[in-house]
Design a binder for this molecule. Structure first.
Ligand SMILES: N[C@@H](CCC(=O)N[C@@H](CS)C(=O)NCC(=O)O)C(=O)O
Length: 252
């Protein structure tokens, strides 16, 4: 088998690419990382075009272009294994867990495993406000950010999930050892850091454990070299935030 190829959007920003990558690295899978060169002037396909025929035409053209870059649906990440694409970050995580049971990416106990899967799916399908208004930018800080009501409700739900799972397992991760569910929530932790959402003191050890993971340190070093995408940097500036300096991303 050739090394699998993971097609990603710049790892400076791409939360879904990061969710797929952390379990891969944690399980010791070496992947060739292919950061696609997309000119993102907006997030997603061009939804603002009013005329439906023009929209369909442009969206299809964009999809064709993205498929030449390794995408299936127009989104990334996609893991290519021996010529077959696996899209959806959670499906990539499942592939990794099945290939590497010794990495214990899901809890061993069946009911725990069901709960970890439920929380991972809740993350993958929900938290729309948090994802929209607190766009993933781990290497930026937005002081004084005030989330709106629906976003605050979602923040409270995340903190509830973390608190309950962490208390039940005793840490250091949500279900004891690191797993896919932690990878799903890691980009939420970086969002909390970017937008100044305070963690209760009881959850700080969880944040510390995530940051201390070798896979996270490896991502940080790689991501610091990844391309800037103006659409995401501009969003931070519009909010009055700032991009971190290199020495703040990679302290000596
Ligand atoms: N449900 C997909 C979501 C993937 C996704 O939204 N990826 C973002 C990057 S983090 C993307 O490709 N965005 C393309 C765009 O904004 O046009 C998954 O889990 O992989």
């Amino acid at each position: 088998m050739d090394a699998p190829r993971l097609c990603v959007i710049s790892l400076r920003y791409s939360s879904w690419s990061l969710r797929a990558l952390l379990p891969l690295w944690h399980a010791g899978v070496e992947v060739e990382i292919d950061t696609v060169d997309l000119e993102l002037s907006h997030q997603g396909l061009p939804e603002t075009i009013a005329d439906h025929d023009t929209y369909v035409h442009q969206a299809q053209a964009e999809l064709r272009k993205r498929r030449t870059l390794g995408s299936v649906t127009g989104c990334f990440p996609v893991l290519w294994v021996d010529g077959t694409p696996i899209h959806e970050a959670l499906a990539i995580c499942e592939w990794t867990a099945e290939r590497h049971p010794e990495a214990r990416l899901w809890p061993d106990e069946p009911m725990e495993r069901a709960r970890a899967r439920a929380l991972s799916l809740e993350m993958a399908s929900g938290f729309r406000n948090l994802r929209t208004h607190m766009s993933c930018h781990p290497f930026a800080r937005v002081p004084g950010f005030r989330p709106d009501g629906p976003t605050r409700v979602e923040i409270m739900r995340v903190l509830e999930i973390w608190r309950d799972a962490y208390q039940a397992s005793g840490g250091p991760f949500l279900f004891g050892h690191f797993g896919i569910v932690d990878a799903m929530f890691f980009p939420v932790l970086t969002r909390f850091e970017t937008y100044g959402v305070e963690l209760p003191a009881t959850l700080q050890p969880y944040a510390d454990a995530l940051h201390a993971l070798p896979a996270v340190a490896r991502w940080r070093s790689l991501a610091a070299e990844e391309p800037h995408l103006p659409v995401y940097d501009d969003y931070i500036r519009q909010l009055g935030g700032r991009l971190l300096e290199r020495h703040e991303i990679l302290p000596a």
